[in-house]
Design a protein around this ligand. Structure first.
Ligand code: SF4
Length: 327
């Protein structure tokens, strides 16, 4: 099957000007490696999830793929074409075909605009994708598709509940008929039943329109339900990647195992998993530990782990993990 997105060795650094050298001498901004050697493919119609604790780099990867922030190194390839080598026409095509559902969608809505005007914004940004005379028809079709009424178009964002606001976000993302959608924590902050209804809506839309998702989440239950593939991130790197079901049933990296063990429903479902909390804090990305960056928290750590960084390599089938002593 065709890859919609391929990312190759993505690297992103941020610079922090509050380091001690900077404070004393006014030089030497601290370098934060937010994303380090991240590579994966997403085939058409599949959902790839990126999971990990906050600050692991998953949202930065999403923003790099959408070209919302500049890449330092690596390649992003959309339908076989490198973003950096695209003509203006090809890049516009990419912008129309790659949509985004933001985590803080409600705060990105203009509170003084009616929802109908908000949903028409993509037509102003990308004129010609939908003809003027079909705009209203398209908006009504999509609003119906996401389970909102036509009356919603004449309301302001503050008149909607959290779940309805997410549906507006989904509607806006669908307006230009995209092939690929980046979903950044689309259910965070919602209660369980509303969250389930949004996830089911996204699943139905994916199946009906053959959509491809990059799904960013820290919720393993949601990821287990919706994703085909999972990349587990820690301090900017993917430390395990593979098919979701196999990865959740049989993690090969100690960090994945610890994440799974910290989720109550996984330990209830799989009696082999004893519920434990993930110990320790994520180290500072300004000064990450030498060797395997997970070693200060890893119960299997040995002396080699403190010195040598493990490479991400194949452990079983298609599964890759970065650990000297896989489980
Ligand atoms: Fe743990 Fe060592 Fe594997 Fe890192 S390399 S995850 S410290 S066993």
């Amino acid at each position: 099957m065709m890859n919609i997105i391929e990312v190759r060795d993505l690297q992103k650094y941020f610079y922090k000007k509050s380091g001690i050298l900077h404070k004393i001498f006014g030089v030497g901004p601290q370098i934060i490696q937010a994303v380090d050697q991240v590579s994966f493919n997403i085939e058409r119609g599949n959902t790839m999830a990126l999971v990990g604790e906050s600050g692991c780099g998953k949202t930065t990867v999403a923003r790099l793929i959408l070209n919302l922030i500049e890449l330092d190194e690596g390649k992003i390839i959309f339908k076989g074409k490198d973003l950096n080598e695209m003509s203006e026409e090809e890049y516009n095509d990419y912008r129309e075909n790659a949509a985004f559902i933001a985590q803080d969608f409600r705060s990105s809505l203009n509170p003084r605009k009616l929802v109908g005007e908000i949903l028409a914004e993509p037509f102003r940004i990308h004129p010609g994708v939908v003809s003027k005379k079909n705009e209203e028809k398209r908006i009504k079709e999509i609003v119906d598709l996401v389970g909102l009424s036509e009356k919603s178009l004449l309301k302001f964002p503050h008149e909607f509940s959290g779940g309805q606001a997410r549906r507006i976000g989904v509607a806006r993302a669908l307006m230009l008929n995209p092939e690929f959608i980046v979903c950044d924590e689309p259910t965070s902050g919602l209660d369980l039943s509303i969250s389930a209804s949004i996830i089911n809506l996204m699943k139905d839309l994916r199946d009906e329109f053959d959509l491809t998702y990059l799904w960013i989440s820290h919720n393993l239950n949601v990821v287990n339900y919706i994703s085909d593939y999972v990349g587990v991130m820690y301090l900017g790197r993917i430390i395990e990647i593979g098919k979701s079901r196999a990865l959740f049933n049989n993690p090969t990296h100690p960090y994945t195992e610890a994440l799974i063990e910290s989720v109550p429903s996984f330990s209830q479902e799989n009696k082999k998993i004893k519920r434990k909390t993930l110990k320790g804090e994520v180290p500072s990305p300004i000064d990450p530990p030498a060797g395997c960056s997970f070693h200060p928290r890893c119960k299997y750590s040995q002396s080699k782990c403190k010195e040598i960084t493990p490479e991400l390599e194949i452990k079983e089938g298609e599964r890759k993990a970065a650990c000297h002593f896989p489980l």
